[in-house]
Design a protein around this ligand. Structure first.
Ligand SMILES: [Zn+2]
Length: 383
């Protein structure tokens, strides 16, 4: 085994080596409206790789091993910056035993592949003692557990190879970005090889939107800025999901300031709602013509087999005394219109409970209706 003192130490030339450099790499990606970003904790751990160069009579072959003695894919080695390194005076941390362990594994792999092992058998690195492998050290997404290519190494045949080893130290970055706007903040964890570190997108916790542009709603929530709009009515900055377009005014407004018209099922600013002169329910102005809502303008004859007739009779048995009933409905009320020989009755009932919402009596010879208190319903119906 080669003494670790003879193994030189290197590090990728381009990798960030300080928290400040990590910040410089990440921060410019983000736009924070009215706020800022800083690092809330960041560590840069040194992880060991080994560069193995085998010199034999046919030339030299080089490859990289991770700390689990797996060979790195060339593209991964390039992205880690292992081919563009600068020499370190000493290892960044006491690691003599770790270097020695990896060096021994590397030399054994080379020896086995060249058929020069003491046992005389050619073995695969796959049979290396799994106890010495530490998969936690590596990001499995970027590493290739490929083994030495025996086709390449076998070209060296029985020539006794000379093995050169170099320790390579790559920084692994782990930390949190903290976005602060006003009194609130939101964290975004990151972890990757420092050489490969790219700004991760912020995932808006309220909309799931991935973004690099953050803003705050008026109630202080830090969200994807693309999802914020201003309520025209209140001036408050809200999530798009909390806004509706008023069908009467066309304004984008807070859902809290709007109602759903029971006739058109459209969102309408509360202050834009109007009262139907017939059923006295609040409805959208679009549903009204000649002062009456669409439901009141389009009654249908109430047939005896209509379930609404059964409901009306169950709740108000005197209803059968009236000769004829018409009915219409909105999302919230049933509108019954009963006719006698001369008299008429208008009965607006809650659709779920059949509680009276409005009650009026009229005369078939006159267009005028007289509102009656709801507690007189039984009395009026019975007449
Ligand atoms: Zn109406």
């Amino acid at each position: 085994m080669e003494s670790t003192e003879k193994i030189a130490n290197f590090a990728p030339h381009a990798q960030p080596t300080s928290v400040h450099e990590v910040a410089d790499r990440l921060f410019p990606a983000y736009t924070i409206d009215g706020g800022r970003v800083h690092l809330a904790g960041c560590t840069l751990d040194d992880r060991l790789f080994l560069k193995v160069t085998v010199n034999c009579s046919h030339g030299s072959i080089g490859f990289f091993l991770d700390s689990a003695a797996h060979r790195l894919d060339d593209s991964v080695a390039r992205r880690l910056g292992l081919e563009d390194t600068c020499q370190l005076e000493k290892p960044p941390q006491p690691a003599e035993a770790e270097i020695a362990r990896l060096a021994e594994l590397a030399e054994r792999m080379v020896k086995d592949e060249f058929g020069d092992a003491p046992s005389g058998n050619v073995s695969s690195p796959n049979v290396l003692n799994p106890d010495v492998l530490n998969p936690d050290v590596l990001n499995p997404d970027v590493l290739n557990p490929d083994v030495l290519n025996p086709d390449v190494l076998n070209t060296a045949e029985q020539a006794r190879p000379q093995v050169e080893l170099a320790a390579l130290w790559c920084k692994y970055a782990r930390g949190k970005l903290r976005f602060t706007i006003g009194e609130r903040s939101a964290d975004l964890p990151f972890s990757d090889w420092a050489a490969m570190l790219v700004p991760p997108p912020f995932v808006c916790p309220y909309t799931g939107t991935k973004t690099f542009h953050l803003g705050a709603t008026s109630d202080g929530r830090i969200v994807a800025a693309e999802q914020i709009e201003t309520c025209v009515q209140s001036g408050r900055r809200l999530l798009l999901a909390d806004l509706v377009t008023c069908s009467a005014s066309g304004k984008l407004v807070s859902r809290e300031l709007a109602e759903v018209c029971p006739v058109t099922d459209e969102d309408v600013l509360c202050e834009e709602m109007v009262e139907c002169e017939s059923c006295r329910q609040k409805v959208s102005p679009q549903s009204v013509a000649s002062n009456r809502c669409r439901a009141c303008r389009q009654p249908r004859r109430l047939a005896k087999d209509d379930p609404r007739w059964a409901r009306l009779q169950d709740a108000h048995p005197h209803a059968r005394r009236w000769r004829r009933w018409n009915v219409s409905e909105t999302a919230s009320v049933l509108i019954f219109n009963g006719s006698g020989l001369v008299k008429q009755i208008l009965l607006v009932l809650d659709k779920d409970t059949l509680e009276p919402k409005h009650l009026a009596i009229g005369n078939r010879l006159s267009p005028t209706w007289k509102t009656v208190e709801a507690d007189r319903l039984a009395e009026v119906l019975g007449k």
